[in-house]
Every structure is written in structure tokens, then in C-alpha cells.
Design a protein around this ligand. Sequence first.
Ligand code: 5RP
Length: 220
Amino acid sequence: MNTKQMAAEQAVQYVQDGMKVGLGTGSTAYWAIAKLGERVAEGLRITAVATSVASEEQARGLGIPLLGFGEIGRLDLTIDGADELNDRLELIKGGGGALLREKIVAMNSDRMIVVADESKAVPKLGRFPLPVEIVPFAWEWTLDAIRALGCTPELRKSGDQLYRTDNGNYIADCRFGEIASAQQLADALQRIPGVVEHGLFIGIASLAIIGHSDGRIEVK
Ligand code: 5RP
């Protein structure tokens, strides 16, 4: 079993009968959805919403009951991956481009468990370029405003085309280097018109489960 799978399967143990669950996106969340599918096949009764088209398709294929956002109400628990996390459980997310839906789902959950392998745990955020979702309209100006905050933003590509999120927007991957204050940066990004959402998750995750290559599973 790989380290991502170890962390993801441990997180699924927190899912109880009757819960409403948010399904994350990415190669770690994939394992959580796979395990949930197994447990549903064994009789676990849950309802779920997904944070991406890819996760929705995976869940549907496994027979995990999915509900619309208007039907399900507040979620009990969301399990999702991260690109980086620090000891304060501040995260960088959006490497898979799903940060907006992931943040909406996580913030409508009583609890978010982050699942990751050991490479994601860092003393300071910022080695991973921060994904920022921006609207296509006047993206050049939005990029200028982001650049003025002290980074080198680059529009994400998919082959020769600009990458589009599930919401039809662009992603700017922003190299800030070490981020001294995630909160200050988040506030500054939020003030820029054209920025839909950024990948800093602050005060959202309540637990992190980290798989280590020596077989240890760290919970913090
Ligand atoms: C997608 C995300 C993912 O959770 C993040 O990129 C981690 O992905 P992986 O588990 O594949 O390493 O934020 O938008």
C-alpha cells in the first residue's frame, strides 16, 4: 500500500453510518473514495457530494449515493488532499485545479480531514506554487495585480491550451517563495477583482493524516 493510500484509508475510518460526506479531488482523495466505495458495498449508508467531475464519476462508478447541494444540507465530514500543509494545518490546495469547489465543500462541512503523504508536510508554505483561480475576462490585469503582491504568476496550461477549471476559469500558479503570513496573503488576493478563489485554506482543516514511507501514520 502506498503512503497516500495509507493516509486516505485511515481517514475513512472516521466516516460513520448516516454521515454526509464531501469527496475531495486528486490522487490521495482517490484512495479515500475507493475505500468509501468498498464500505458502501459492505452496507455503510452515507450520502455524498463531490468536489470535481472526476471524483463525482469515480463515486458514481462505485455506487456511492450522491445528492445535489440543495438536498444534502451541511456535511459532517470532508476528506481531501493537499499540495502542502504546515503544523498549523494551513494548506495550499489546487494542484489538481479543483480549489474553488474544494473550498466551498470544505467550508460547508463540520470537519475537514486532510490526507497526504509525508512530502506534503512542510515547515513553511510556499515551495509549491499557489494556485489562484481567476476569471478569463481581463486576465492580463488580474495577473498584473497578483504579480504586484510579489510573485511570478504563470497561467496553467493543458497541452497547447490554457487549462480551464470545472467552472470554466483559468488557474494562475503563483511562485511566492516562502509565505510569511498565509492570512495576509489570502486577504490581499481576495481584494483583487478577477480572483475567484485562491488555494490557501486557513482555519478550515481540523485534522491531518499523513502517511510515512516507514509505514507510520501520523495524525495531527
Ligand atoms: C486538487 C487538490 C489536491 O487535493 C492536491 O492537488 C493534492 O493532490 P494529490 O493528492 O494528487 O497529491 O487540491 O485541486
